[in-house]
Design a protein around this ligand. Structure first.
Ligand SMILES: [Zn+2]
Ligand SMILES: [Zn+2]
Length: 257
């Protein structure tokens, strides 16, 4: 009996110790990744001066190629990108999509650090990845940017608005104005809705109170079906935009929905 209790106590204490060590290692790793300029954000290799990543990690990221040029939906294989079935049947209100990465592997970890822990280091790396994934001429194309707004109540609850954070920094980098849009309804979360439901859920959800120039870029961190950006594009057309591109950092594949 004594032996049994003793061995149980020992096992429990080893388990706690293992949990604490894992937590500790994870915490140290996290702090290192956040606080080390000049190191690769993915593998911590040194000597990364121009970008916050090393060449090997950059090459092995899940690039969104090929993808539907209209809605950015990932396509299988190495063939040239073509319009997907959804866009042939009912095209979205924006004209093109530029989403350089797929929602997978290291990109997910980085996006979660940015979104749920408001990590500025993760946000900066994501913004740099977006810029690195854009063709050079594309950066000069927009006359204004519009970031997907959260409803004010949701923004207060969350305390951090990742699309606006990205929008402000991108606007400074591209030297273009960031025009505010309003979310009129606090729409239920899109996460549990099927594809068609997502589009209905967001109908007339946005308004852009000022006049927009002709060429406008919409910005979000992650693009799923494109329903949010479609609804925002609709509001931008009503405010005067003639040609609209949707930009985001990463795109979820269709089979993830
Ligand atoms: Zn690396
Ligand atoms: Zn498409």
């Amino acid at each position: 009996m004594v032996n049994f209790l003793e061995s149980k106590r020992l096992t429990d204490s080893l388990k706690t110790h293992a949990r604490l060590s894992t937590f500790w290692l994870h915490w140290v790793d996290e702090r290192l990744r956040q606080a080390m300029p000049g190191r690769c954000a993915f593998c911590l290799a040194t000597g990364c001066r121009r970008h916050p990543w090393c060449e090997d990690c950059f090459a092995s990221l899940p690039w969104n190629l090929p993808a539907c040029p209209r809605c950015g939906e990932p396509q299988p294989g190495q063939l040239r990108a073509r319009r997907c079935g959804h866009c042939l049947k009912s095209p979205p209100a924006f004209d093109r999509t530029r989403v350089p990465l797929r929602y997978a592997e290291e990109v997910v970890a980085l996006l979660q650090r940015f979104k749920f822990r408001a990590s500025p280091r993760a946000g900066t790396v994501l913004l740099e990845l977006l810029l690195a994934g854009l063709p050079a001429a594309t950066r000069d194309w927009p006359e204004a940017l519009v970031a997907v707004p959260l409803h004010p109540r949701r923004a207060r609850e969350r305390g951090f608005d990742q699309a606006q954070w990205l929008g402000r920094r991108l606007a400074r980098r591209l030297e273009r104005p960031l025009i505010p849009a309003e979310r009129l309804r606090n729409t239920p979360s899109q996460r549990d809705l099927p594809r068609a439901g997502r589009f209905t859920n967001l109908r007339r959800a946005f308004r852009v109170p000022s006049c927009l120039p002709a060429r406008v870029v919409l910005l979000d961190d992650v693009m799923t079906t494109g329903a949010t950006l479609d609804a925002l594009a609709d509001a931008c057309r009503k405010a005067g935009a003639e040609e609209i591109e949707a930009w985001a950092i990463s795109r979820t594949p269709r089979d993830a929905l």
